[in-house]
Design a protein around this ligand. Structure first.
Ligand code: ADP
Ligand code: MG
Length: 403
């Protein structure tokens, strides 16, 4: 796969980089504060390398879900400012994507300078399902540059104009971040050292059930926490109260449990759960308590795996040589429900082998809970993309670079 060296002499060339700068923000539209700059820091090396090589660097990225319309609260302006602090190159911002203002800003760009274009998803065409509409937009975007570098790992599973179509219209290469991510995913799928333990949690249940399908054939142990646990517990016939539940996935969960039993893959579900009377509003627990996983009261909501389960999960991770973890074990944003996530994160830091944390919230969780990033083998910037790769799906944004 071609890296940026394959683009030849970069000095004076306009290089469009698709990065994933989709960071969490807080505060009012006119004074947004970045609460976790992990993705900006992960994207900085490729941008800095291109600028260092004398390219005129145009950065395109999205922020949040503006649904094709301008939304001042989702402007990339604060992100551009943070990027400027992180790299030793001048970074400017233009509140336009492909229009005249953007064109003028590109024309004014000097060698080794960086320009961040406004949130690409302010244009509905970026995510359009209509190939022609998306293609026309990609043509406009491509006209700004001489080459394209794909470095937004968090979006490579999306067939979107700035990810996929633009690569068909410009000489292209893979950025260092995407290359690293793909290399780690290869190690997780091709010849993982054993025991290979997969930990799944989070709130996007049906998104993640798909990955179990593929990993059941590869992993030795599967530890399940977070919101998806309750669909499994329900599938086993237990009351789950008001916990997250995907009723249409009960058969799928039953099938996974049966198949795991047949093939000798160990599926570990929590034996105790931290519940509360409601989802924590305003970041605060109401009256949390620990109950056995098969005795969740009808009016209670499961918000974390319990302390016994956290201990069992940590033990099941202790001898692992390969770990992939995606999805917090509970609502880690609230201290009372962070115990499971903290225990799993801590167990990963002791792994003798490859430990991979995938998923935006999981990555944010380990930082928020105070773990050093270098205590993990790899912290992936893309949850959905990692999961689709692990499901065995082709990632359009990667496949297009091979052509
Ligand atoms: P990632 O971004 O790492 O892939 P997800 O987006 O799937 O993870 O899920 C992260 C969210 O899941 C967190 O905000 C967390 O509060 C939430 N979560 C975890 N456990 C539960 C639960 N039991 N009920 C509701 N939400 C949960
Ligand atoms: Mg998430």
């Amino acid at each position: 796969m071609s890296d940026i060296a394959s683009l030849g002499e970069l000095s004076g060339k306009r290089v469009l980089v698709r990065s994933d700068l989709n960071v969490p923000l807080d505060g009012p539209a006119e004074a947004r504060v970045i609460t976790d700059d992990g993705r900006i820091r992960a994207s900085a090396p490729t941008i800095a390398a291109l600028a260092g090589a004398g390219a005129k660097v145009l950065v395109t990225a999205h922020l949040g879900r503006p649904r094709g319309a301008h939304d001042p609260a989702l402007s990339l302006a604060p992100v551009a400012a943070r990027l400027g602090e992180l790299i030793e190159a001048p970074v400017s911002f233009v509140p336009d994507t492909v229009g005249p203002q953007a064109q003028q800003a590109v024309a004014a760009l000097g060698d080794g300078e960086v320009l961040v274009l406004e949130n690409i998803r302010f244009n509905a065409a970026e995510t359009s399902k209509d190939d022609a509409e998306r293609g026309a937009f990609a043509t406009e975007l491509a006209s700004l540059a001489d080459a394209f570098v794909s470095d937004g790992f968090g979006v490579v599973h999306r067939k979107q104009a700035s990810v996929y179509d633009v690569a068909q219209r410009l000489p292209h290469a893979m950025g260092a971040l995407v290359a690293t991510e793909i290399e780690v995913l290869r190690r997780l799928t091709e010849t993982p050292e054993r025991p290979y333990v997969v930990v799944l949690g989070g709130s996007k249940v049906s998104d993640k059930l798909g990955v179990i399908e593929n990993l059941l054939a590869k992993a030795d142990r599967l530890l399940i926490g977070g919101g998806m646990v309750f669909t499994f517990l329900r599938a086993q016939g237990h009351e789950v109260g008001t916990s997250l539940l995907e009723a249409d996935q009960l058969d799928t969960c039953r099938d996974y449990l049966a198949r795991a039993a047949e093939t000798g893959v160990q599926i570990l579900l929590p034996t105790d759960v931290v519940v509360d009377t409601a989802f924590p509003g305003g970041g605060r627990a109401t009256s949390p308590s620990v109950v056995p996983a098969d005795q969740i009261p009808a009016d209670a909501m499961g918000l974390d795996i319990g302390p016994d389960s956290a201990k069992a999960f940590a033990e099941a991770l202790a001898d692992a040589r390969t770990v992939f973890w995606n999805g917090p074990m509970g609502v880690f944003e609230v201290d009372e429900f962070a115990g499971g996530t903290r225990a799993v994160a801590h167990a990963l830091t002791g792994i003798d082998g490859l430990s991979v944390v995938g998923g935006g919230d999981s990555a944010a969780a380990v930082r928020r809970l105070g773990f050093a990033e270098d205590a993990f083998g790899h912290i992936s910037t893309g949850g959905g993309a990692s999961l689709e790769y692990l499901e065995g799906k082709e990632l359009p944004g990667i496949a297009v670079l091979e052509s």
